[in-house]
Design a protein around this ligand. Structure first.
Ligand SMILES: [Zn+2]
Length: 232
């Protein structure tokens, strides 16, 4: 299951510029991203003028892409200081080294711990929680989907940049550690998705029939995860 995790960047579409990059390729390609802006990749046999003409022709499309990037809300990023929140299961949890009002999770540490040290502690806690959570949900759904005769699978976690989960033909399911930030239904839809891959490797019609059978409202959960992953 793939996802796109790009942060918002205010880019005024009326005054954008673009970079032309010559590359070994057969056609001109235009790439628009929050990080890189507009990049035009051009084959060596195409002149600069031809490239500029092509960009002019695609102007509307490029501006639409820039607008949709600018409209994206700023993502929440944890600051890793005591008393500051991190997201877990769709809720902000205040993490502190001291027990007190409004504190959800107490971790060992000192007031003057560095951001790096707090980050390591918080991430250690998060990994532990994520593994326990995903294992429990994996076992739950393995049982719930019993009638599909799923092969045996094992659950692993890994912090990944571009995927929520993967499933190997040997039954090894890897779930993105970051998924534990989101509500339970978002966690479940990824786990069910990967469990369905045990029976059907491709995103074929058969695959989506399995999804419908196992989790009739999976599309709602999928959409929620896509939406929330732009926010935190
Ligand atoms: Zn998939």
């Amino acid at each position: 299951m793939k996802f796109d995790q790009k942060s918002a960047q205010g880019d005024t579409p009326s005054q954008w510029t673009y970079r032309v990059k010559y590359a070994r390729r057969k056609t001109i390609g235009i790439y628009v991203s929050a990080e890189q802006g507009v990049e035009v990749r051009v084959p060596h046999f195409v002149s600069r003028k031809e490239a500029d003409d092509f960009v002019a022709l695609k102007r509307n499309w490029i501006e639409k892409q820039l607008q949709s990037i600018a409209r994206r809300p700023q993502r929440f990023e944890p600051t890793y200081r005591w008393g500051e929140p991190v997201y877990f299961l769709g809720e902000q949890q205040i993490i502190h080294h001291l027990d007190g009002d409004g504190v959800d999770i107490v971790l060992p540490g000192q007031a003057d711990d560095s951001v790096e040290l707090i980050e390591r502690r918080v991430q250690g806690w998060f990994r532990q929680q994520a593994l326990a959570l995903f294992t429990e949900r994996h076992d739950h759904w393995q049982g719930h989907m019993r009638q599909l005769n799923l092969p045996v699978s094992t659950l692993h976690i890994r912090a990944m940049k571009r995927r929520w989960g993967t499933c190997r033909s040997n039954g090894k399911i890897i779930i993105n550690t970051h998924l534990a930030r989101y509500p339970l239904n978002c966690v479940d839809v990824v786990i069910v998705h990967e469990l369905c891959h045990l029976l059907e490797f491709n995103h074929s019609r058969h695959f989506y029939r399995l999804m419908d059978q196992a989790m009739p409202d999976w599309k709602t959960h999928d959409a929620m995860l896509n939406r929330l992953s732009l926010l935190y």
